[in-house]
Design a protein around this ligand. Structure first.
Ligand SMILES: [Zn+2]
Length: 1124
């Protein structure tokens, strides 16, 4: 009824009776204040109440009436949350209110009550109206509020709503810049003050507003110029000291919010450091640590301190690899040419993370972030259908391919004259005659220098010297530093001179006399049928390394048996990362507590081997080793730097090194400080691997998962943008772990994953010969020599024909090929363990293995990158390139293994014998489980929606069969992680090239986790060599099932598989997202992607926006785009 009256009044051309309007609006206000029902009615759906009131607000001139209406609105929006505000906004309320603000501001002086009511409504409306910032600016409201504030700094009542509105204005970046120009930053600084129990809500709003304003770099500069950074720190300390009962943590957090944003600019960081901000935040946070509710303060403080921690270059002369390898020719535009063209000072790190782009800030446009996000999504998916269709390629001519004929003698073999139950026709590579040559075992220098350190190990009977009065094991452990080749102790170009001096000295030192005992080293052959230490050493002798390694690491010598117990994925403890970071910050605050003692350094001519009994000893001058430098920073803490891949300046991830001279029972902290990936499975339960020589001697030769307090985070070391290949200077990451050694003076080894050296492969291949039975056709060839002078083995495995009858020979020759490769990426040692499982299965005597051999001819290149493996690279070959990006145009000189592996495939293709299956084994460091990448045109097109005609594409779904079978039989395998999308960045990988150019429809990359499984039988467990080998065997079983599925005679038996496949086809058609396509990196940005500042609450450091990060994914990582 009253509303009706009001509506009529709105309709009157000349606003009539002011008294009447006052009366009516007053009545309504009264009703609303007293009856909840009325409120509901006025904002209910279909009610025109809000419109009528807003219309009245537009029309009425009388101050009292307007105030009444504003009170009505205030009443309406202050209860019931956002819904009613939403109604107000949707009816155009914002504009009406802002108009009213504008006209009211023209009164001199403006009505205080009106302004108060208006601002308190606007404060509620603003956050609900996405366009509020723009509307306010367009209506000129910003200055009105600012002026009002300036005139009413003492007016507490008016201050609060004005500040609240200002806070909403400021969230628009253009407004923030404009408000800053109008002196708002300075204005707000007049309001914030030292600790006080009064007006805390005003303080909080001021701080929040200031925080938002300081997101603008221009405003931050203004704040720095006005010396507000020390002021903020002082105020923070004051609140910290006085707010003893933590009633005002939100205000403290507000102050930190301001500091956090100011320090986004370089000047701000400088001001923070100059004001002793590190020490202040460090000590306040330390005091906050025991109170869990103050965690947000600690986390924000930590974030600020890490940001302000001055960026340093790594403590190495250059980040280029210590070892260089001279290439036969250096392609002018290749990565190696680029690398060596860089000026020597290139590594120097300049704090270049901001300020250069400051000029833009004044023109900040709205929603710029939204724009940036949307185009990222699909830009790596191949959308050019021609590139998705198999076929086009300039293959080599048959004439050029004829050189591969000799690798396919199974196609011409007629087995004439072969006696089928006699000996094998295949040449067994001659085993080296049992060498009785002595193996000299120089050890890590002993604690007491006068002692003899040189022990001679007679390989034939594995004897070693022992001093009297000493336990045998002790003697061995004490004495054995590492095994070296006979004569290997002689210094060579790369070998640190100091070490050889030590050895020479030892040579001369006299034995302390007494009887010598002979110790039986446990025969690992009994435990490990395919391992033979003696044979291993023989293999090492022919292995060529750039540093000319002459030592052998124990684990490779003794071998490894998977432990019998389960190794669980470890749960990450709360606060670990924070406490590690605090320890790092302490280094800056108390520099005198830091030892900074270099204990290992390959860059020095004479690598210091400090032997004062106060530090650990390090070594990694052995195959696959790659430690470059070790620095003792605290008594039980070491910073470690990994060497880059040869002829490169990055790719640090794989590690393998030896540690000795340890104490027992003391936790040692190790920090690998030049990791590069922005995240790691070390943040999700993965542990490092450790091998104890003493345990090995005690009969437990095992790599075991170990380490506590493991975490991975961005540190304060950085490289320049030029060194980083044109990207912005990038920070390194620290991988930290703590180990408490069980035995004193043990010799222990640490590795990123279970080592599997090239020499191990050669030994393994020789041992496989011994498994040969008359039913097995096994041939080993050398595919080619590598750049580094190692040979790349090629295996052919199938079943012998049952007789020389035509049928049998014909069946033999016509078996489909299965082509397998592995270890193109040296750091992915798990791929070799999977390959080991495959090879041993193929050489097995069981009926399944025999059927499998009868079904296929296997061509296997078990190690595509022997040089990378030997030299401790993580990703590249000696050419400094990722070989799995060279398949499109491999260069015979620079990428011989790829050139010839592709040649084999091209040869088969020319013979019309395209393999049924191709699979390249890899390891994945950022995902769990084992899974496959395949190639499908349809699934690629589905991902992009670019091409509307995609539904016309015809494609056989057979590419899904093998992974599907694997998901049914292999416990570690996860179908959900598979993807069949062809990415542009992967167009030169083996998988894509073999699919597109050779025409293998079932062309895959099989990725095995380095961490563990989160599904299936092994859920919650870290992966071990047993599971990896099992995976390799299951792959074989799956191939046999694949065969049966495709064989018409056996369809009936396999019907359940076909059904399964039918289901699969259906689901895959319905639900394209069953294929997980992930941006750039292979690790999905899913549940476990943590912000590197993992424990901060809702905070995110603007510098840490994952969108900006160049993620190096694993096996098939996007190549770093040097100029993007
Ligand atoms: Zn890989």
């Amino acid at each position: 009824m009253l509303l009706g009256q009001l509506e009529r009044m709105n309709g009157e051309a000349v606003p009539g009776d002011a008294e009447m309007a006052r009366h009516v609006t007053g009545k309504i206000l009264h009703l609303i204040q007293t009856q909840e029902k009325t409120k509901k009615e006025m904002t209910a759906k279909g009610s025109s109440g809000m419109e009528v009131i807003l219309a009245a607000l537009e029309n009425m001139q009388d101050l009292q009436t307007v105030l009444n209406i504003l009170c009505i609105l205030n009443e309406l929006v202050s209860v019931g949350g956002g819904n009613r505000v939403g109604v107000l906004v949707s009816k155009g309320g914002t504009a009406i209110l802002l108009q009213l603000l504008l006209s009211a501001s023209k009164d001199v002086p403006p009505s205080e009550e009106l302004m108060l009511q208006l601002h308190s409504i606007l404060a509620k409306v603003g956050p609900k109206d996405k366009k509020f910032g723009v509307k306010a600016r367009v209506n000129g409201a910003l200055n009105i509020t600012v002026n009002l504030l300036k005139q009413n700094l003492q007016n507490q009542k008016l201050l609060l709503p004005c500040l609240q509105v200002l806070r909403v204005y400021s969230s628009n970046t253009v407004n923030a810049v404009s408000l800053g120009k109008n002196g708002v930053v300075e204005l707000l600084f007049k309001i914030i003050g030292p600790y006080s129990k009064k007006n805390t809500s005003i303080q909080k709003v001021v701080l929040d507003t200031l925080t938002v304003l300081l997101k603008s770099k221009a405003n931050s500069r203004r704040a720095v110029d006005r010396t507000y950074v020390p002021a903020l720190l002082t105020i923070y300390q004051d609140w910290h000291r006085n707010d003893t009962r933590h009633r005002h943590a939100h205000i403290r957090k507000g102050i930190l919010g301001c500091i956090r944003n100011v320090t986004n600019i370089k000047l701000g960081r400088k001001a923070f450091l100059d004001a002793d901000g590190m020490r202040i935040l460090y000590s306040t946070s330390t005091e906050c640590l025991p109170v869990r509710t103050l965690d947000p303060l600690v986390n924000t403080s930590s974030l600020i301190m890490r940001k302000c921690f001055p960026k340093n270059r790594l403590p190495v002369p250059t980040i280029k690899s210590v070892f260089q390898y001279r290439l036969p020719h250096v392609p002018a535009e290749g990565p190696v040419a680029q690398l060596y063209r860089q000026p020597p000072e290139v590594d120097d790190v300049v704090d270049e993370s901001d300020d250069n782009d400051d000029a833009d800030t004044e023109n900040d446009t709205e929603n710029e972030e939204d724009d940036r996000d949307c185009c990222l999504q699909n830009d790596d998916i191949e959308t050019d259908l021609n590139k998705l269709r198999p076929g086009e390629q300039a293959s080599r001519t048959m004439e050029e391919l004829r050189m591969y004929e000799r690798f396919f003698s199974e196609l011409s073999e007629d087995f004439q004259g072969y006696h089928f139950h006699g000996s094998s026709p295949c040449q067994t590579p001659s085993l080296p005659s049992k060498s009785l040559s002595r193996i000299v075992v120089p050890t890590a220098p002993d604690m007491t220098p006068s002692d003899s350190n040189l022990v001679q190990l007679e390989c034939a009977d594995r004897a070693l010297d022992q001093r009297p009065g000493e336990g045998l094991e002790q003697a061995l452990v004490r004495e054995l530093g590492r095994v070296a080749l006979d004569g290997g102790a002689a210094p060579n170009g790369q070998r640190p001179a100091a070490e050889s001096e030590v050895e020479r000295e030892d040579d001369c030192s006299s034995h302390s006399s007494g009887d010598q005992a002979v110790l039986e080293v446990p025969d690992t052959a009994a435990l490990l049928p395919l391992h033979d230490p003696e044979l291993y050493v023989e293999m090492v002798k022919d292995t060529r390394s750039v540093p000319q390694y002459s030592e052998v690491a124990y684990p490779d010598y003794f071998g490894h048996i998977a432990p019998t117990y389960r190794e669980h994925i470890v749960e990450r403890l709360y606060g670990v990362q924070r406490s590690k970071i605090f320890q790092d910050i302490e280094r800056m605050i108390h520099p005198n507590d830091i030892l900074d003692k270099v204990v290992y350094d390959l860059d020095l001519q004479s690598c210091p081997v400090v032997d004062d009994g106060e530090c650990l000893k390090f070594n990694s001058l052995f195959e696959s080793g790659n430690l470059r430098k070790a620095v003792q920073v605290r008594k039980f803490e070491y910073d470690l730097i990994l060497n880059s891949d040869i002829n490169s300046n990055h790719y640090h991830q794989w590690f393998y090194f030896e540690v000795s001279s340890m104490r027992a029972g003391t936790p040692y902290r190790f920090n690998i400080i030049n990791c590069e990936k922005s995240n790691s499975q070390f943040n999700y339960g993965m542990q490092v691997l450790m091998y104890s020589v003493r345990e090995a001697i005690n009969g437990r030769p095992c790599w075991v998962r170990t380490g506590t307090d493991i975490c991975y985070y961005k540190n304060h070391f950085s490289r320049s943008s030029i060194a980083a290949g044109g990207q912005k200077g990038k920070s390194y990451y620290t991988m930290t772990f703590t180990v408490t050694f069980q035995h004193k003076d043990d010799v222990c080894y640490f590795a990123y994953h279970y080592p599997y050296t090239y020499s191990t492969l050669k030994m393994h291949l020789q041992k496989l010969e011994a498994l040969r039975t008359p039913q097995i056709y096994l041939r080993q060839d050398v595919l080619c020599e590598t750049l580094g002078g190692n040979s790349c083995p090629l295996l052919t495995i199938t079943a012998m024909p049952q007789s020389t009858s035509n049928d049998q020979i014909c069946q033999f020759r016509n078996r489909p090929y299965v082509f397998l490769t592995a270890r193109v990426h040296p750091g992915e040692t798990n791929a070799s363990w999977v390959m080991k499982g495959t090879l041993e299965f193929l050489m097995g005597t069981g009926p399944v293995a025999q059927s499998l051999r009868e079904a296929y001819i296997f061509k296997i290149v078990p190690m595509l990158n022997p040089d990378g493996v030997v030299n401790g690279n993580h990703r590249c070959s000696l050419s400094g390139e990722d070989l799995n990006r060279q398949w499109q145009r491999p260069n015979p000189d620079l990428h011989p293994t790829i050139f010839h592996a592709k040649g084999l495939l091209q040869y088969l293709s020319a013979l019309q014998r395209v393999p049924l299956v191709y699979c390249d084994y890899h390891g994945h460091s950022r995902k769990k489980n084992v899974f496959m990448y395949g190639c499908s045109i349809k699934e690629t097109v589905w991902q992009t929606d670019v091409n509307a005609t995609s539904s016309d594409l015809h494609e056989d779904l057979g590419y899904r069969t093998l992974p599907k079978i694997l998901s049914q039989i292999a416990p570690a395998f996860s179908m959900a992680s598979c993807s069949f999308v062809v990415e542009k960045s992967k167009e030169s990988t083996a998988r894509v090239v073999v699919w597109r150019e050779i025409g293998v429809q079932k062309s895959y990359t099989m990725e095995s986790t380095l961490c563990g499984c989160d599904q299936g039988k092994y859920k919650g467990l870290q992966i071990g060599t047993r599971e990896l080998e099992e995976m390799g065997a299951q792959f074989c079983v799956a191939l046999l099932r694949l065969k049966r599925l495709s064989s018409p005679l056996e369809v009936r038996h396999a019907s359940h598989f076909l059904e399964a496949e039918g289901d699969l086809i259906e689901t895959s058609c319905r639900n394209t997202s069953s294929t997980t396509y992930v941006l750039k990196e292979d690790e999905p940005s899913f549940m476990e992607e943590v912000d590197y500042s993992a424990e901060s609450d809702e905070e995110t450091d603007p510098q840490e926006n994952p969108g900006d990060e160049e993620h190096l994914s694993d096996s098939e990582a996007v190549q770093q785009h040097p100029f993007t």
